[in-house]
Write a protein of this length. Structure first.
Lengths: 126, 431
């Protein structure tokens, strides 16, 4: 299973990436919404995008709108990764095409629970 | 695998922390730069958005690492910045001050984490009062005007911070083209070694391989030197903050302008230029730029202008600090020089202005009537000159009474002792 992590913070990408990899996911990283769209356009294998809200160039809100608009055939689940300061924006973006949200800071258990909500398999490594 | 299984590996935690330190340091640099810009344009949406993002990112990632001091500070800062972003609060000088205090505090804690691996407990009480002020201002309350102590404290923080070689400062970003070139040269070296081992040893082959190795070594040195080149703009970026703090302490108004920031210089030379430049900027504000009242009465713009310029000149790099202040009063310099016995009264009658200005580089020479907190007395232009000469450069002073002073530092392009490389390559880099 392949997931795209979209966040301008390298720390967050590293951390989330390790959690996902520990659960057996294959990870691709993008540092803003624009890069994420580029990655999604050339690769339709992604099952999940974990998208930060506040990013330079293109923020997560715009990114999700564009994903749903430009790539309607993509069977991609989108989970917004947010802090409480972003939270007021989340309701809107859930209506615009995001499937779930995950609040920072999160534990592996939180992440696992959210993946289950999205009915995404949680393959275990090895 | 269980929930605690991720990142229990000590090494993994450490490189996450390390990445956090670098990323947060860059975020704070960006924040300081934007705060400097904010002063010029009172309500700059893009600047505020960038500052917000910097604090937001720090807060977002610190939660995973469990640094609670940083988390609390960043949280309070973020709340205040959200008010700014949403236009419920206006930017003013006090607010910029407050946010500068926040960057200082955050930087201090980052430094503690880097040095000791934990956040320290010493100033937690100060944190509480800073957080309280941030919260109060965010809620629309006023703050007490910052005391001068805080401001001068801030000056010291920047300069002390500069002395420690942090993770960020010991890192150089190198473009891939340069790295590829280095890689090619190393390949070439390895190939030459193979050929050497396989060839028959005779004086001719020896000489041939000697030549080839010379050539590779020269190219390697050139490429490494190239990789060490950094734009002077990196250094310039630090000065808006310094200038602002010094100006506040002296009760002056200053506007900093830059040109030639893309001019490149060897990283270690750039580091050595930091102190002399900082000194020149401090001097310009403290002694050069007049108080707003005086500037008003002489018909100048209230905010003094200080220009930092870098450019190529005859195989050297020139870095200038130019102010539009009062200029140096040569008569006053003469009087001081005679009083101090540096020249005789007779000599003072005949000395040319250029020679007179040279006296300012004498140790301990100061014409200021008062000892100020910023420039003090006794440590002056002599230190600037000594530092710059130590790196193989020189310093000149130009001044016109009433119009301003220029401190011009000339430094070599690189540290290379034997620069046999093609001059065109270097110019190509720096242009």
């Amino acid at each position: 299973m392949k997931a795209l992590i979209v966040d301008d913070s390298c720390v967050l990408r590293m951390h989330l990436g390790r959690m996902m990899q520990a659960m057996g996911w294959q990870i691709v990283e993008a540092e803003n919404g624009k890069r994420a769209l580029e990655a999604l356009r050339i690769d339709s294998e992604f099952a999940l995008a974990l998208v930060d809200v506040n990013m330079p160039e293109m923020d997560g809100i715009e990114c999700v709108r564009r994903i749903r608009l430009e790539l309607p055939a993509h069977k991609l689940k989108v989970m917004m990764v947010t802090t409480e300061a972003d939270f007021p924006l989340i309701e809107g973006v859930l209506a615009d095409g995001a499937d779930e949200f995950l609040m920072k800071p999160f534990t592996l258990e939180n992440l696992r629970a959210k993946l289950q909500l999205l009915s995404l398999p949680i393959p275990s490594r090895g | 695998m269980d929930g605690g299984g991720v990142c229990t590996d000590r090494e993994e935690v450490d490189d996450l922390t390390n990445e956090f330190l670098i990323e947060s340091g860059e975020g704070l640099d960006c924040m300081e730069r934007c705060l400097g810009d904010l002063q010029g344009a009172a309500n700059n949406t893009a600047c505020i958005a960038e500052i917000f993002r910097a604090v937001h990112t720090i807060k977002g990632s610190v939660g995973f690492l469990g640094f609670s001091r940083i988390e609390q500070l960043a949280h309070a800062g973020e709340a205040l910045l959200a008010e700014l972003r949403d236009d419920t609060l206006m930017v003013d000088e006090q607010l910029v001050d407050l946010l500068m205090q926040l960057t200082d505090r955050l930087r201090g804690v980052l430094l503690l984490i880097e040095e000791r691996g934990h956040e320290g407990r010493r100033d937690v009480d100060d944190d509480a009062s800073l957080i309280e002020t941030l919260n109060r201002v965010a809620a629309g309350g006023r703050m007490e005007s910052p005391s001068t102590d805080t401001v001068s404290g801030a000056c010291e923080t920047i300069l002390d911070g500069d002395k420690t070689g942090s993770a960020v400062e010991s890192t150089v970003r190198v473009d891939v083209v340069t790295l590829n070139r280095l890689m090619d040269l190393v390949d070439e070296l390895a190939q030459t070694r193979m050929q050497f081992l396989q060839s028959e040893i005779c004086p001719e082959t020896f000489a041939l391989f000697g030549q080839r190795l010379d050539c590779i070594a020269a190219n390697l040195r050139e490429s490494v030197m190239h990789a060490r080149m950094q734009p002077v703009g990196h250094l310039f970026q630090r000065f808006p903050r310094l200038a602002r703090d010094v100006a506040v302490t002296c009760g002056k108004r200053v506007r900093l302008e830059f040109s030639g920031g893309e001019t490149e210089l060897d990283k270690s030379l750039l580091e050595s230029l930091k102190d002399p430049l900082a000194h020149a900027v401090r001097n310009a504000i403290d002694h050069g730029i007049e108080s707003p009242q005086i500037r008003f009465s002489t018909g100048k713009l209230l905010a003094g202008r200080i220009e930092l310029r870098a450019f190529h000149d005859g195989g050297q790099i020139v870095v200038e600090v130019k102010d539009d202040g009062a200029g140096i009063d040569c008569e006053k310099v003469k009087r001081c020089a005679v009083e101090r016995g540096l020249i005789t009264a007779d000599r003072a009658q005949t000395i040319r202005d250029a020679e007179l200005l040279e006296l300012l580089f004498e140790p301990g020479f100061s014409t200021s009537d008062e000892v100020t907190m910023i420039s003090g007395r006794g440590v002056g232009m002599d230190v600037v000159r000594t530092n710059v000469e130590r790196m193989g450069g020189s310093v000149e002073l130009h001044s016109v009474l009433g119009e301003g002073t220029t401190v011009r530092m000339r430094v070599p392009l690189t540290l290379a002792i034997d620069v046999r490389c093609n001059a065109g390559v270097w110019c190509g880099v720096a242009a």
